[in-house]
Design a protein around this ligand. Structure first.
Ligand code: DSN
Length: 421
């Protein structure tokens, strides 16, 4: 099968390695024929993909621009320097490090810069919307350090800032982490800065989920408040799968040393170039409009799902994602994920705060609109998708799922991901 999207070099791959060429085709087909609602995913641009598939992948470049441990870095230095300047300008940051391989790697570097093994820090609990690298027992962050977790208040389901302050006063943490993977509402960075100042803690914002909304100027930025902000680059930001850190000037040397040589070796220069491309795309008016549309779509989808009996945790969303409590329709997150998948709709089960079910089952699902919005879908399509999800998750009847799958194919044909050229 020929595929124009991948360009002329694809024929070479098909001849050299047809098995892997077919995987690339199958994944493209999967993206084009399904509804992608994973809140942490997006469809990165052909320009970003081109940088990722470039010969910059070949270069070893330990160190930083102008200070490398290998010769021949003068060309890749240009890409990294451009990327650093774009990140500083886009986020209004003193300093940027583009070398973390992922969000988890970026977070390891933040721990390395500010904490010693055994040190105490505060972070949002995973079952309340936090992240694995914020102190889960199975992660380095829980095994080698001493996390104390804050959560959301039972009534509002929003971050309990009183509890956060009380825990900070009691435990005197060295660092307070804000952010997580299932927080539908805005975070009060000013309040957390005040608490951090009161107890002398470093303020670290893990902005992985919402940094794209910040880049598009749709929500307030943590950068003026936080000592350090880490994030992934492939969610709403729509860059390559990778990580990044921005910080205050006073922490620049500590962060750079913690990324390399403390936590990583050679940087991936092709990915750094792709991050630079994404940062340029993020600085455009088109991206700002895209980001606003992401939020409008997320709110429309959430309202539609609420009408289907799926209760939005916190009552709604201010961001690209929503968390839905399925207890009212007597369906588990695991069942909903499978039934949606059988209908061509990809979403993930997710614990909700105070979830009575275990993490492998859950009472909730998480949905997000970065990918659908990149495809050009808007509010009318969100209403259709909410109805499809509602019908899909409430039954295990295969013929209903087949009917919805046909509707998904119709919709994705109108709004194709990665249109054929
Ligand atoms: N796996 C990411 C997410 O889905 O939110 C976080 O690491």
């Amino acid at each position: 099968m020929s595929e124009t999207f991948f360009g002329s070099d694809f024929a070479q791959l098909q001849s050299t390695d047809p098995e892997i060429a077919n995987v690339l085709l199958d994944e493209l087909t999967r993206l084009r024929t399904g509804i992608q609602l994973i809140a942490s995913e997006n469809f990165t641009s052909p320009a970003v993909l081109t940088a990722l598939g470039s010969t910059l992948s070949n270069k070893y470049a330990e160190g930083y621009p102008g200070k490398r441990y290998y010769g021949g870095c003068e060309v890749v230095d240009v890409a990294e320097t451009i990327g650093i300047e774009r990140a500083k300008s886009l986020f209004g940051a003193d300093h940027a490090n583009l070398q973390p391989h992922s969000g988890a790697s970026a977070n390891i570097a933040v721990f390395g810069a500010f904490l010693q093994p055994g040190d105490t820090y505060l972070a949002m609990s995973l079952p309340h919307g936090g992240h694995l690298t914020h102190g889960a027992g199975v992660s380095y962050s829980g095994k080698w350090f001493n996390p104390v977790h804050y959560g959301v208040a039972e009534g509002t389901e929003n971050i309990d800032y009183d509890q956060l302050r009380d825990l900070a006063r009691e435990h005197k943490p060295k660092m307070i982490i804000a952010g997580g993977s299932a927080i539908p509402r805005l975070i009060d960075f000013k309040a957390i800065r005040e608490i951090a100042d009161e107890v002398g803690a470093i303020m670290h914002v893990d902005a992985a989920h919402f940094i794209g909304l910040v880049a598009g100027k749709a929500i307030p930025s943590p950068v003026p408040y936080a000592d350090v902000v880490s994030f992934t680059t492939h969610k709403v930001l729509r860059g390559p799968r990778s990580g990044m850190i921005v910080c205050k000037q006073e922490h620049a040397a500590a962060i750079d040393k913690a990324v390399f040589p403390m936590m990583q070796g050679g940087p991936m220069m092709h990915v750094i170039a792709a991050k630079a491309v994404a940062l340029k795309e993020c600085a455009t008016p088109e991206y700002q409009k895209y980001v606003k549309d992401v939020i409008v779509n997320s709110q429309a989808l959430t309202a539609g799902l609420a009408a289907e009996g799926m209760r939005p945790v916190t009552g709604g969303t201010d961001t690209h994602l929503a968390l839905l409590d399925l207890q009212g329709i007597d369906v588990s997150g695991k069942e909903a994920e499978q039934r949606a998948s059988d209908s061509g709709i990809v979403l993930n089960k997710n614990s909700i705060p105070y979830d009575p079910k275990p993490a492998a089952v859950t009472s909730g699902v998480r949905v997000g609109t970065p990918s659908l919005t990149t495809q050009g879908m808007g509010v009318p399509e969100m209403a259709k998708i909410a109805s499809m999800i509602g019908r899909a998750v409430k039954t295990d009847n295969p013929s209903v799922h087949a009917q919805i799958k046909a509707e998904v194919l119709d919709l994705t044909a109108q709004f194709p991901a990665y249109p054929r050229s």
